[in-house]
Write a protein that binds this ligand. Sequence first.
Ligand SMILES: [Ca+2]
Length: 180
Amino acid sequence: MPSFCAFILGVRCASPPGLSINSTRRRLSGVGYRSSPRVDRRHCRGLTLIEVLLVLAILVIIASLAVTAYGPIQRKAYMRAAEAQIKAFKTPLQAYYLDLNCYPTTQQGLEALRSPPGDLPNPAKWNGPYLDSEVPLDPWGRPYQYECPGRYNPDTYDLWSLGPDGQNGTDDDIGNWMVE
Ligand SMILES: [Ca+2]
């Protein structure tokens, strides 16, 4: 029966002639027996275990390298996706502005693009929804932050993602004042 290491590595670990049943019979009968290099079966078993451990170690190293390389790539892709989403908010917010002559207030938030806020002075001017689907979350699954008037854009609004760390006001925040 091929050993487990042979199965993993595709190497046939053939039983040496000196260890087969037929050769043992021939050895006992003295017929057809030809001396052959002695093979230590314990050596084969020990090598098998080492090979298995080596393969497992290599797989662990490859997996860790893949995770290490994938992390920054995914982070960059998420940040670009957040930038694209923030830019995409600009069109519906401008449409809202054209209808109501103002942007949604901080309290009304981005939900004002989906359903008319209850405190609109003239609800008939609301001609939405201005988004085809629910207000999207950022690539990390958190709501986009919105303030109007903005701290960075006092004449319009600030719209930003908390970024990878999920904390507000840190260096990885992604705001419309950065991407527009
Ligand atoms: Ca942040």
